[in-house]
Ligand binder design. Structure first.
Ligand code: D5M
Ligand code: FE
Ligand code: ZN
Length: 489
């Protein structure tokens, strides 16, 4: 028999190197494992007892065992999520980065170390464009007077004389810097595990800092123009008793040209995308005694309701759905897109993506992040408040990280790589979660927090959380942002 194809030749050669011949029927089976041959072939050879020509029967049990192991690993890696309905994406939406297809976290110590190293590498690379830091061990050796250094924040504490002492480390060593005067307040806003640059003078093994440098985004960014509009919503909480159905129906009517003045109709006509940044449904068991706040008690029913409500959005519009902490995906960030059993319920104009996701919508770079870390940022920095969520979002952009504080209220899955670093600068940064509305431009980047469609719950009343529901931000072609309020039915 003449074997023509290259794959077969490769398999034959690999077995020959172990001193075996292999039957064509076995070769056919092995082709399915063409990327794993180097792992499988030694296993097969070591399991053989004297056969000279390896047959199909010889290898079947080994291959089956291998397949089982592979399936188990894939399950662990959360690859069971759909392939993002690629057929719906066409050319205009391009998913540049999505936690769904990249998540491989196994959650052990090695991953944790790899995660923090990755965070440091990525952020120090950004910082190196702004300052020429040398390694901490070199500072200690060279003992120059003026120093620039890049490090990860380990500890921040106030001293008895009112200064702030910050310990930073890189992969060589750690050092402390002292922030006095004006820098003091800034130092107190530093979050554990964020990566910063420090410039100052070396005194007694400490740095007296005169500048703290954040990775930040460049100053000269400009707002982007388009030939379509994008609508931003989040926290629909379908299934909650507090879901504001009348207001939602008004929003739907607006998109269907059934309500609003001429200007509003014009805007509605230009809408090409609706983006939903998480907390699609209210979920089940998210907080104690949630049942009494639920209209729909099972998650599947809640997603059926979500699909039905989102189906009312006209089909000329593409809807991008990203999950939040109330959705039925893992809690730790990055979160994968909705499972197939839920995403299948939605119409073809809906694209499910992970949280966070970096998309390119017809030339507009959009970063979607539900916004759980905003709770940490607002709690940590007293000058910030839930009433102005866009200001908390600036802090994330400045730190070029979606969850700068490791171990706060936002659980992070320690992936081998830190997917929460804002590596590429978006044109638009969209969050939700805090249920309040706010927009601004920061160095050319449009920031939007898109409030909610859920009225204040009993629980939120108790924690004094005042939502601003049913506010919708629309990014129009000129880069002008329009705020629409859908109140009362
Ligand atoms: O979160 C909506 C908002 O409510 C968000 O800012 C967090 C806040 N929240 C949620 N749970 C708590 C607790 N336990 N304490 C204080 N504040 C909280 P959502 O994700 O829609 O529940
Ligand atoms: Fe929410
Ligand atoms: Zn949330």
């Amino acid at each position: 028999m003449v074997i023509k194809d290259i794959e077969s030749k490769l398999i034959i050669t690999k077995f020959a190197m172990h001193g075996y011949n292999v039957h064509p029927s076995a070769i056919e089976l092995l082709k399915e494992f063409k990327n794993e041959l180097d792992e499988i072939i030694p296993k097969i050879c070591s399991a053989l007892n004297g056969s000279f020509i390896i047959s199909r029967e010889d290898i079947l049990p080994i291959l089956n065992e291998f397949k089982r192991k592979r399936r188990k690993e894939q399950f662990k890696k959360q690859f069971f999520v759909e392939k993002l309905k690629e057929e719906n994406l066409k050319d205009d939406i391009c998913i540049k980065k999505d936690s769904t297809v990249t998540s491989t976290c196994e959650g052990n110590v090695d991953y944790f170390i790899a995660y923090l190293n990755s965070r440091f590498e990525k952020l120090s690379k950004i910082l190196r464009q702004r300052l020429n830091g040398i390694s901490i061990s070199n500072i200690k050796k060279i003992r120059t007077e003026r120093v620039d250094v890049i490090g990860m924040v380990k500890d921040v504490r106030e001293t008895q004389n009112g200064n702030v002492l910050v310990e930073i480390e890189d992969n060589t060593d750690s050092i402390r810097f002292i922030a006095t005067g004006k820098l003091r307040d800034l130092a107190l806003e530093l979050m554990g595990d964020e990566v910063i640059g420090v410039s100052g003078v070396l005194r007694n093994n400490n740095i007296i800092a005169d500048r703290i440098i954040f990775p930040d985004v460049p100053l000269n960014g400009e707002k982007k123009r388009t030939n379509f509009s994008i609508v931003f919503i989040s926290d629909t909480h379908f299934g909650s008793k507090e879901f504001l159905e009348k207001e939602w129906d008004l929003f739907i009517k607006w998109l269907n040209f059934e309500v609003g003045n001429e200007k509003m109709r014009e805007i509605a006509e230009s809408v090409k995308y609706v983006v939903l940044a998480g907390d699609v449904v209210d979920g089940v068991g998210i907080y104690p005694n949630q049942e009494k706040d639920l209209k729909i008690l099972d998650v599947y029913g809640q997603y059926e309701e979500a699909a039905m409500q989102i189906d009312k959005i006209p089909k000329r519009i593409k809807v991008i759905v990203s999950p939040g902490n109330h959705d039925a995906v893992r809690q730790a960030e990055p979160q994968p897109a909705l499972l197939k059993e839920f995403s299948n319920l939605f119409s073809n104009n809906v694209v499910n993506v992970g949280n966070p996701s970096f998309l390119n919508l017809d030339g507009i770079k959009l970063l979607i992040y539900h916004g759980r870390s905003l709770d940490d940022v607002v709690t940590k920095i007293p000058r910030l408040s839930y009433a102005k969520p866009q200001e908390a979002m600036v802090e994330l952009l400045k730190r070029r990280h979606l969850a700068p504080m490791y171990g706060g209220r936002s659980p992070i899955a320690p992936e081998k790589e830190d997917y929460l670093v804002i590596e590429e600068i978006p044109d638009i940064f969209h969050c939700g979660h805090v249920h309040t509305y706010g927009t601004s431009f920061y160095r050319g980047v449009f920031l939007v927090n898109s409030s909610t469609w859920q009225a204040q719950t009993e629980f939120q009343k108790k924690v004094n959380l005042n939502p601003m529901p049913c506010n919708v931000a629309v990014y129009t072609p000129s880069g002008e942002v329009v705020r629409l309020k859908f109140y009362g039915g």
